[in-house]
Design a protein around this ligand. Structure first.
Ligand code: NAP
Ligand code: MG
Length: 503
């Protein structure tokens, strides 16, 4: 597609024609609300989880966590300072030396299995808490986040007594105490990705959730208590960037694991460059989802929708750049627009909602600024005609066509429900455009030809390449990036290797 300098914005019109009416029933039928009713058992105040107990922060400072769906305050969260982080590390070191690291794997496994089962027992409560605190649709927290988090604990519990097979021919030992910092897009799941392999390997942990989504992390502290883990094995300290920085730079940390933005990842790497700490970095992404002309188009459209609108597009591996072969581009775009018209945007607690609330005002402003730049730079914008709730942070599902590689919306991570569409003619052009980014986390390929899938997955500089599907996650599959998307892997045997030393 040629780029255009004129500004084109189209919003879906109310349905008129009979064929459209048949297709887009959502405009004609109003669904009754279907609110989830489980009790999230929220507390008014959440303290730090250090040495097996909930304790107030030294400075007695708390901050508010709000529900981004309606801007209501839901709880006060403890702000840990460096002194609190220090206590957490000392507790973790004591637990490590007290026997967690040398305990037989089969014994450690019992604790991790218990965490998994207790999380399953409280799954509905955790799903509701996750949705209220972070804004994601209840059907996602209920059917994806919480079950996948439990699956990570089950999977890694299974490894704990088989560590002799992690690095065949070599013995492995824990690294020691590890410091971990996670983002707000999959709060509980990222916590599980970090904690489960570290525990299985016999490490002790100091971890910080993101400031807007600390509640399920601190609720997991209750599960850690109920599972009977020795005090200090897992320490959960909430707070802001200063808390994160204190965790990453603490002298006791043998390894630091960070998931978040490339910008903060670089700050952390600089701050510990002169230490011998091990590091893994899971950073940003700008994935290409590539549709060839022989792809099953209807399935591909579903994959495109899932790739960019899952979790409001707050997904590091989101398929945020659609590369579609020129000959099928008009057909794909038409089907995509029709599909977007029926996406239900609104109350995340409604079981019918497809797209919930943007996690914070700050993130909404960032998305809005980048979308405005797309319009200014001449891309053509299509938005759903859906009505957004008056309170809360929401953004309409958005598709830009006529995008060129130099547009900011083609280069920068938007981290919202915004898709940039470009076209290609040949496989070589698709590879070149897909790899033309500083990131390299993930990619998708849609084609009928197995040989083309194999060729593309070799040529694409991305840690994960999905073929004829998108956004599939499993604890057995290593996940991680190339280039500015970071290094190290989480999940599978490879993920365990990042939490041990070879002896
Ligand atoms: P972020 O701003 O980098 O924050 C991530 C975490 O780091 C938060 O807990 C944050 O604390 C903390 N932090 C901030 N400054 C810090 C510092 N100087 N030292 C240590 N920690 C610090 O990222 P975000 O906006 O939360 O998350 C979105 C980003 O994460 C996106 O770029 C996304 O692609 C990436 N991400 C990557 C993956 C992956 O697996 N590759 C997965 C999910 C997300 P507070 O926010 O609480 O202040
Ligand atoms: Mg919140």
């Amino acid at each position: 597609m040629a780029s255009s300098s004129s500004v084109k914005i189209r919003t879906a019109k109310p349905v008129k024609s009979r064929s459209d009416r048949d297709l887009i029933f959502g405009d004609l039928w109003e669904f009754d609300p279907a609110p989830e009713s489980a009790d999230p058992k929220l507390k008014e105040r959440y303290d730090l989880f250090i040495d097996g107990k909930f304790v107030s922060p030294k400075g007695r400072k708390y901050f508010d966590s709000i529900n981004p769906a309606n801007e209501h305050k839901i709880a006060r969260i403890a702000h840990a300072k460096a002194a609190d982080v220090d206590l957490a590390y000392k507790a973790a070191k004591k637990a490590l030396d007290g026997g967690w690291g040398t305990m037989p794997g089969r014994e450690r496994a019992k604790y991790i299995y218990r965490i998994a089962r207790l999380l399953q027992d409280r799954a509905r409560e955790f799903a509701v808490a996750e949705t209220i605190d972070g804004g994601k649709p209840i059907k996602e927290s209920r059917d994806f986040d919480v079950p996948t988090a439990a699956a990570h604990f089950f999977y890694h519990a299974g490894w704990a007594d088989k560590l002799d097979y992690v690095a065949p021919g070599r013995k492995v030992a824990p690294l020691g105490v590890v410091g971990q910092v996670i983002p707000w897009n999959f709060p509980l799941l990222m916590l599980a990705w970090k904690i489960a392999p570290a525990l299985a390997m016999g490490n002790c942990i100091v971890i910080k959730p993101a400031e807007t989504t600390s509640i399920t992390a601190l609720k997991l502290g209750e599960i850690v208590q109920d599972a009977g883990l020795p005090p200090g094995v897992v320490n959960i300290v909430s707070g802001f960037g200063d808390t994160g920085s204190a965790i990453m730079t603490h002298p006791i940390a043998a390894k630091v694991a960070f998931t978040g933005s490339t910008e903060v990842g670089k700050i952390i790497m600089r701050s510990i460059a002169d230490t011998d700490k091990k590091m893994t970095m899971e950073l940003g992404g700008k994935a290409a989802n590539i549709v060839f002309d022989d792809a099953p188009i209807d399935q591909a459209v579903e994959g495109i929708v899932n790739g960019i609108f899952f979790n409001q597009g707050h997904v590091c591996c989101a398929g945020s750049r659609l590369l579609v072969q020129e000959s099928v581009a008009p057909q794909v775009l038409r089907k995509l627009e029709n599909r977007i018209k029926v996406l239900r945007v609104g109350d995340p607690m409604d079981k019918n909602t497809d797209i919930g609330a943007i996690n914070s005002k700050e993130q909404l402003d960032k998305i809005t600024e980048l979308v405005d730049s797309g319009v200014k730079e001449g891309a053509a914008m299509f938005q759903s005609a859906c009505k957004l709730p008056r309170k809360g942070y929401y953004f309409k599902p958005t598709v830009f066509s006529n995008v060129t590689m130099s547009h900011r919306i083609a280069q920068e991570e938007i981290f919202g429900p915004v898709l940039s569409v470009m076209t290609f003619r040949t496989l070589e052009e698709a590879v070149e455009k897909a790899n033309n980014t500083p990131f390299g986390l993930s990619a998708g390929v849609w084609t009928d030809k197995g040989s083309r899938i194999l060729k593309m997955s070799t040529e694409l500089k991305a840690g994960v390449v999905w073929a004829n599907t998108y956004n599939k996650f499993d604890p057995t599959s290593p996940f991680g990036g190339y280039k500015e998307s970071g290094f190290g892997r989480e999940g599978g045997r490879q993920g365990l290797l990042d939490y041990c030393k070879l002896v």
